[in-house]
Design a protein around this ligand. Structure first.
Ligand code: GLN
Length: 205
C-alpha cells in the first residue's frame, strides 16, 4: 500500500486527490490518500503533494502550526514530493515578486532554481496551452493560473517541459515541480510520473 499525503492547508486539494486516485488506478497501485495539516500526520508517508493556491498564505499558516518545519525535515530525509504552482514556489531556492528585485527563499528551498511569482501577470493573464512533455508524451494541457515563471535553473535540474523556452515542469532528485496545474487537466500522466518516482524510491529498480 502506497501512502500519499496532500498538504491541505489551502489550495487545490480535491483536484489533486482525484488525479492521484486516477493515476494510481491506471498504474494498478494500491493507494492510501491522506490530507495532511499537522506535523504528526506526515508520519509514514511515502510521498507528498504540495498543491497550488497561495504560497504566502500556506507559509504563514504552516509556520504557526509547525507544519513548515516538519515538511522541511521530511524533505531533508528525501521524501518524494510533487509541487504544483504555489507548491513549486515553496520548493524554490530563490523567489522574487514581479517588478521587484529582492530574492527570498521558499519555505522548502530544495529546488535549485529562481522563480518570479505571478510571472505572466495577474489573474486575467491566466491561460492554457498544449505542451509536449519529455518521457511522458504529447499534448498535455498546461493550465497556468497566476503562474510563476522559472527564470534560472542549476545543472542538477532536469527540464521535462518548456513554454517559450522556459522550464515549466522540472525534476531534481525526488522533487517534481510544475508551474502549471496538471490536476485540472483531466489527464493523469504527470501524476502517474510522480507515483512512479515514489515507487522507485520505495523499491529501487
Ligand atoms: N500566484 C500564486 C502564488 O504566488 C500561485 C498561483 C497558483 O498556485 N495557481 O503563490
Amino acid at each position: 500500500m502506497m501512502n500519499i499525503g496532500i498538504l491541505a492547508i489551502q489550495g487545490a486539494i480535491e483536484e489533486h486527490e482525484r488525479a492521484i486516485l486516477a493515476a494510481a488506478a491506471s498504474l494498478q497501485i494500491d493507494i492510501k490518500l491522506n490530507r495532511v495539516i499537522l506535523p504528526h500526520e506526515l508520519e509514514g508517508l511515502d510521498g507528498l503533494v504540495l498543491p497550488g493556491g497561495e504560497s504566502g498564505a500556506m507559509k504563514l499558516i504552516g509556520q504557526k502550526s509547525g507544519m513548515l518545519q516538519a515538511v522541511h525535515r521530511a524533505l531533508e530525509r528525501n521524501l518524494p514530493v510533487f509541487g504544483t504552482c504555489a507548491g513549486a514556489i515553496l520548493l524554490s531556492k530563490n523567489v522574487r515578486r514581479r517588478k521587484e528585485t529582492e530574492l527570498k527563499k521558499g519555505a522548502f528551498p530544495f529546488l535549485d532554481i529562481e522563480m518570479i511569482r505571478n510571472g505572466y501577470g495577474r489573474q486575467a493573464d491566466s491561460f492554457s496551452t498544449l505542451m509536449d512533455i519529455q518521457g511522458i508524451g504529447e499534448n498535455f494541457k498546461g493550465i497556468f493560473i497566476r503562474a510563476p515563471r522559472i527564470i534560472k535553473i542549476s545543472p542538477e535540474v532536469e527540464v521535462l517541459a518548456t513554454l517559450n523556452e522556459e522550464p515549466v515542469l522540472i525534476r531534481q532528485g525526488n522533487i517534481l515541480a510544475s508551474t502549471f496545474h496538471p490536476e485540472l487537466a483531466k489527464d493523469t500522466r504527470i501524476h502517474e510520473e510522480f507515483l512512479k518516482t515514489v515507487r522507485n524510491h520505495l523499491t529501487p529498480p
